[in-house]
Design a protein. Structure first.
Ligand code: CTP
Ligand code: MN
Ligand code: MN
Length: 506
């Protein structure tokens, strides 16, 4: 049943560390863990390193920029002094090293280079005054599509906890509770400042008593007991494991759990019948559970463009999903394919997929044909585009640039799959073909986030009496569709301010 088991184990071996190139050797950042927490510090460290910054693991004389979050100038100084055992000079305009607020770091990351240090970045007298006089929390609009939600925000410990509770509710089959947690997390993700007490969240939409209790626990103890219980709960851990397999939803995972499945090898032992998707998902599990990096996504894009353009040279191929929202990694790579001439689109995906298969670039694929000629009018759930759900054998980059770009030409699937020949890694890819007049709607629908989409559709229906999906916008009373030529136009038709993709991380 699992012919490639041996290879799977080998694929799970961690790759050797590859140090990202240092682009700014004169800047040496130190992130203060106090109040930031180890997890966020780790995340920010790898983010900065990927962008070519040096991040010091320990404080030393080499550090040029000390960055902290929600600490005062004196907090940071005394923290460093305790760590190093040496007194620091305590002038408020400290420049060696710069003692900075997280704002400097965030700005530098989005600039892609160290931001020039200005007074507003510094802690110190100015910084602590700002801390005391901070404005009251801004009021938050009720629908996620009416707000800007960036990828990084200052309350991630709280939103991580709320999202985990939401996920647990979904895994228990409680959609309503899951949605309530997702809404609360999404509201807090849109806040530009760090919450200091549960009381501050009292007036926020969707943040009820349970949410406030979670906030209070996180702010006071740094953890939430419900989350800690989930982390050690056998049922939660199993359900999370099983639903992380490609092709396995909550219902299937529930059934397997009831049948006694606790780990993936139990599926074989208990002789559980698997679909083709699930078999492929298990065979490549070790690779697929590793996040896809932006660099890998760009290499996938290159392969796909090369394959599709062999048949139709001027197709529009757009990377959507999380990467379009500015994420640096994801669970898959999503693409939208279109052309002004409908004839050109006909059969092109099938031809390109067959060609890639013949080149050994596909480990698995399953194509869903377009389910209707005309876009479904009433459904806000249905998505009937021609879609290929694939697992790519992405050639490794270290085997040489030409192979990397051309995708190991001449190699067959069995060559690539032969044990010991690890010249590729499995990557999940979604390819969606859309008629040109539906393209703006498909782009909006496939960019996500899932919560942003859900809210956009709910807003359209409840506030505008219009039905929105990935095919179009429909006035069900007049029984007509409302065309649009861009995402901006769709927002305008709905009476919404345009939200650019990096702010749809609801
Ligand atoms: N989507 C969809 N129809 C599907 C699957 C997904 O319309 N059958 C939409 C989702 O609503 C989401 C987007 O496509 O808005 C991307 O989905 P997915 O790849 O699951 O999520 P990402 O946001 O890309 O997250 P990740 O980076 O982990 O892949
Ligand atoms: Mn995706
Ligand atoms: Mn996807």
């Amino acid at each position: 049943m699992f012919p490639h088991k041996k290879r799977r184990k080998e694929a799970a071996a961690p790759p050797g560390p590859v140090a990202p190139p240092v682009l700014f050797p004169d800047v040496w950042i130190f992130l203060v863990e106090r109040r930031m927490g180890a997890a966020r510090r780790g995340f920010l460290t790898s983010l900065a390193q990927r962008k070519g910054f040096c991040v010091a693991p320990e404080f030393s004389g080499a550090v040029t920029h000390v960055v902290s979050e929600q600490n005062s100038f004196t907090d940071v100084l005394s923290w460093i002094e305790r760590k190093t055992g040496k007194p620091m000079q305590s002038a408020a305009d400290q420049t060696s090293p710069h003692i900075l607020d997280i704002g400097w770091f965030t700005e530098s990351m989005s600039l892609g280079k160290p931001a020039t240090v200005e007074a507003r970045h510094r802690l110190g007298i100015l910084g602590s005054q700002m801390c005391e006089d901070r404005a009251a929390l801004p009021s938050v609009a009720p629908y996620a599509c009416q707000r800007q939600t960036p990828l990084t925000h200052p309350n991630s410990e709280i939103t991580d906890a709320l999202e985990m509770l939401g996920k647990a509710a979904a895994l228990q089959g409680s959609e309503v509770r899951s949605l309530a947690f997702a809404r609360a997390a999404s509201v807090i993700k849109s806040l530009p400042i760090k919450l200091r007490s549960a009381n501050e969240a009292k007036n926020l939409v969707w943040c009820g008593g349970h949410c406030q209790a979670v906030i209070q626990e996180i702010l006071e103890d740094g953890t939430c007991h419900e989350v800690e219980e989930l982390k050690v709960s056998e049922q939660y851990r199993c359900m999370e494991l099983l639903t992380s397999v490609f092709g396995v939803g909550v219902r299937t995972a529930e059934r397997w759990y009831k049948d006694g499945v606790r780990k993936l090898s139990d599926l074989e032992e208990l002789n559980i019948k698997l679909t083709a998707d699930q078999r492929a998902g298990i065979e490549h599990y070790a690779d697929l559970k590793q996040p896809v990096t932006l660099e890998e996504a760009e290499r996938v894009q290159h392969l796909i463009k090369d394959a599709l353009c062999r048949f139709v040279p001027d197709l529009t191929i757009t990377m959507t999903g999380g990467f379009r929202r500015g994420k640096q990694q994801g669970h898959d790579v999503d693409f939208l394919i279109t052309h002004p001439d409908q004839e050109s689109l006909s059969g092109v995906l099938e031809k390109a997929v067959d060609w890639m298969d013949s080149q050994g670039l596909l480990l698995y694929h399953h194509t869903k044909v377009r389910s209707h000629v005309h876009a479904p009018r009433r459904s806000t759930h249905m998505d009937g585009h021609e879609t290929c759900y694939a697992i790519f054998a992405l050639p490794n980059c270290d085997t040489g640039r030409s192979e990397c770009e051309a995708g190991a030409p001449g190699a067959t699937h069995s060559d690539l799959a032969s044990p010991g020949a690890h010249t590729w890694r499995a990557v999940r890819v979604d390819l969606v073909v859309t008629p040109h007049d539906e393209y703006p709607f498909a782009l909006l629908g496939w960019t996500g986030s899932k919560h942003f989409e859900r809210e956009l559709r709910r807003f359209s229906w409840h506030e505008k009496n219009l039905s929105l999906n990935s095919h179009g916008l429909y006035d069900t009373e007049q029984d007509c569709s409302i065309p649009a030529t861009s995402e901006e136009e769709i927002f305008a038709l709905l009476g919404l301010q345009y939200v650019p993709p990096p702010y749809r991380n609801a």
